[in-house]
Design a binder for this molecule. Structure first.
Ligand code: NAP
Length: 289
């Protein structure tokens, strides 16, 4: 690992889009850094971070399954990472490794203006994993009135709601089974629906996390965090009913750009043209264009 290096660690890591994304951005912004994917297993994490510290690696993205495991191995966390208990960005600052979480901001930045404001509205979030957690914290920051959490395993939803209440004081969160009729009813009355489960992801493209899509309606913004395929069955069903449909690629792009902003310690500006270019690069990489 040399000086001018960023990277991503995960297990597995070979399908990560981050190298293609960052290589494009670093080249376009003429930043003299390289970006590499490192296959790091759980038992290698501590050694990797020690090596990163010793060799002055400038920044590391952390992906599945290490986002929570990495926390105790760092010197400090920023407030967002602390709140989530998960880190997706590590920056080396004066020889110390600091953990950040840019997934929350990545989601917020990727919301279209037409879906905002969310203050006073109801959102339904499907799933309770790392991605759902980032979405929930983002929605609370945006002033959402009520969050309904739909999950296949109800106790996991209840656990997340309790954690959120303890860490933020937000109490207006209700937990339901994913396929409960009340979940469909909640979607009927919601302004935003977020799918944070892998249901509908390649290659299971015929699957839909909503058991009866007739609950989708034209005043709804349907955000599917899946980015392969770009248009999931859920998004197709949403569009059929006049709802606004958003795919997950932009969240991926914005969380990455926020990592770079942290690493470069400055006011990097990301133009619309740059973001369009990243989108095209990733779509080509995924075979979507
Ligand atoms: P995760 O931590 O593994 O969470 C998975 C969640 O999905 C859990 O709530 C799980 O329910 C539920 N689930 C899994 N398989 C299911 C099934 N067959 N039927 C119903 N529910 C199921 O995963 P994650 O990291 O949060 O990622 C979730 C999704 O978001 C993935 O599709 C991922 O690609 C996407 N994502 C996108 C971005 C982005 O930037 N666009 C970022 C992160 C993740 P149980 O609790 O019952 O197991």
């Amino acid at each position: 690992m040399g000086e001018k290096l960023f990277g991503v660690i995960g297990d597995p890591i070979e399908h990560s889009l981050s190298p293609a994304l960052f290589e494009y951005v670093l080249r376009e912004l003429e930043l003299p850094y390289r970006y590499r994917a490192f296959h790091v297993r759980a038992n290698e994490l501590r050694d990797f971070l020690q090596k990163a510290r010793a060799e002055g690696i400038a920044g590391v993205n952390v992906t599945i399954p290490h986002k929570e495991r990495v926390v105790p191995l760092l010197d400090a966390l920023d407030s967002q990472a602390q709140k989530l208990g998960a880190v997706n960005t590590v920056a080396s600052e004066g020889g110390r490794l600091i953990g950040y979480n840019t997934d929350v901001l990545g989601f917020t930045r990727s919301l279209p203006a037409r879906g905002l404001p969310l203050a006073g509205e109801r959102a339904v979030v499907l799933g309770t994993g790392g991605a759902a957690k980032a979405v929930v914290y983002a929605l609370i920051d945006l002033g959402i009135h009520e969050i309904v959490l739909g999950n296949r395993t109800l106790p996991r939803a209840e656990q997340l709601a309790m954690q959120v209440a303890t860490r933020t004081g937000y109490k207006n969160m209700h937990c339901l089974m994913l396929h409960d009729l009340h979940t469909l009813e909640a979607i009927r009355q919601a302004k935003l629906l977020v799918n944070a489960t892998p249901v509908g992801m390649h290659p299971q493209v015929g699957d839909c996390p909503v058991s009866d899509p007739s609950c989708l309606h034209e005043d709804l913004l349907v955000y599917d965090l899946i980015y392969n395929p770009q248009k999931t069955r859920l998004l197709k069903e949403a569009e059929k009913r006049g709802a606004q449909a958003i795919a997950g690629l932009d969240m991926l792009i914005y969380q990455a750009l926020e990592s770079l902003r942290i690493w470069m310690k400055g006011e990097l500006k990301f133009s619309e043209a740059l973001i369009r270019g990243v989108r095209h690069t990733l779509e080509a990489r995924l075979g979507l264009r």
